[in-house]
Design a protein around this ligand. Structure first.
Ligand SMILES: NC(=O)c1ccc[n+]([C@@H]2O[C@H](COP(=O)([O-])OP(=O)(O)OC[C@H]3O[C@@H](n4cnc5c(N)ncnc54)[C@H](O)[C@@H]3O)[C@@H](O)[C@H]2O)c1
Length: 349
């Protein structure tokens, strides 16, 4: 039996996803990119074109959107309207209006929308979500997430690229989805208000801290961008304080960074004495073989997309959570312009 027929828009991160999609049993039949060099290089993809509209006529079951960060929503709507399942890279939308249009398209489509949020399924995040979900630390009061790169100034300039590249085009708060998605998935909450601050105040901040009030009443703190102290766990760190204890991944080196520390004081610990332990997340094999830990989130996202297309499983990160996480970046930009004033996040109901 052959897997579902998949097309890919954008062959940077998209080509990486295509390779893992093939390993998870999907059949990547088509790809597109505006860049002829990337198009030529992706010779493992049988049908290639510079124009994403060519994918609309190929009777695809699903499409992976991995073009420019700030361009995904209109394409997602177009594919959903034609009954093609969508897996979209992060961000989902760049405005409230775009987000509402995307939700309406997903609600009325026979196909599904999934957010390609590998960060909710990285090993430490999976384990923390499981521990919080089991009630190990009680009700969540404070949740903090980092997505940080400790690059040199020269490396940052190199990564940002030319002035018209999407990395320069987007606001300093926009790329918050790799922190907000784990926060929302762990708490089951929605963001209601955001206050954003530049770490170093400048016309173009390279790192921001956002303080987000959640619908459960808990407080979230998200840090992303370029800041020294990069976590070895695929640039991601997550810490959750409940009203009975703490879980967080260890700020250690190499594989130690995936491990999760649990801390409870004697009054809250079942044994009546301090509970201080470090738990190693279970590996996530693919086809019986171990995969590198940093790739586990990607494998989980693609396996979930396959199961959504082929078995009607619920999307791993559905459209409302995707739009909510993306709108934090949109609203955060407004807060930044207003000197850190708290700004309400539009509802995604
Ligand atoms: N989840 C993750 O871990 C992760 C990692 C890297 C990138 N990403 C996301 O993937 C997306 C792409 O990132 P990237 O690093 O590959 O960026 P990139 O700029 O290197 O590549 C984007 C590619 O898309 C192509 N493209 C843009 N618009 C197009 C269009 N309309 N039709 C066809 N091709 C088009 C460009 O020519 C370019 O080759 C972004 O949304 C980014 O946030 C996610």
């Amino acid at each position: 039996m052959t897997g579902s027929r998949i097309g890919v828009v954008g062959l940077g991160q998209g080509r990486h996803l295509a390779r893992w999609a093939t390993r998870t049993g999907l059949d990547v039949v088509a790809g597109c990119d505006l860049d002829p060099a990337r198009l030529d290089a992706a010779e493992e993809i049988p049908s290639r074109s510079p124009d994403w509209r060519d994918l609309l006529g190929l009777d695809l079951d699903g499409v992976i959107l991995a073009g420019d960060f700030d361009t995904h929503a209109p394409l997602a709507v177009e594919f959903l309207d034609r009954g093609v399942h969508v897996l979209s890279e992060t961000a989902a939308c760049t405005s409230e209006q775009e987000g509402k249009r995307l939700i309406a398209a997903a609600d009325s489509s026979p196909a599904s929308y999934s957010f390609a949020e590998n960060y909710v399924c990285l090993p430490h995040v999976r384990l923390i979500r499981e521990l919080v979900g089991r009630g190990e630390i009680g009700r969540v009061e404070l949740i903090e997430a980092d997505y940080l790169h400790g690059l040199s100034p020269e490396a940052i300039t190199g990564l940002l690229g030319p002035a018209d590249h999407w990395r320069n085009r987007i606001s300093a708060t926009a790329y918050c989805t790799h922190t907000l998605s784990p926060i929302l998935a762990t708490t089951g909450a929605y963001p209601v208000q955001v206050a954003a601050h530049a770490v170093v105040d400048s016309a173009r901040p390279t790192a921001v801290v956002m303080v987000v009030r959640l619908s459960t009443g808990a407080l979230a703190v998200a840090r992303h961008g370029f800041l020294q102290g990069e976590p070895d766990s695929h640039w991601s760190w997550l810490s959750v304080r409940g009203d009975r204890g703490l879980v967080e991944n260890v700020r250690g080196r190499g594989d130690d960074a995936w491990s999760v520390r649990v801390r409870m004081e004697p009054w809250a610990a079942p044994a009546g004495q301090v509970r201080e332990e470090v738990v190693v997340p279970e590996p996530m094999p693919l086809g019986g073989e171990p995969v590198e830990r940093a790739a586990e989130g990607t494998v989980a996202v693609l396996a979930a997309f396959r199961d959504t297309i082929e078995h009607g499983a619920e999307p791993l990160v559905p459209v409302r959570a995707a739009v909510a996480a993306s709108l934090v970046g949109v609203v955060g930009a407004e807060s930044l312009r207003r000197g850190g004033e708290p700004v309400p996040v539009p509802s995604v109901d």
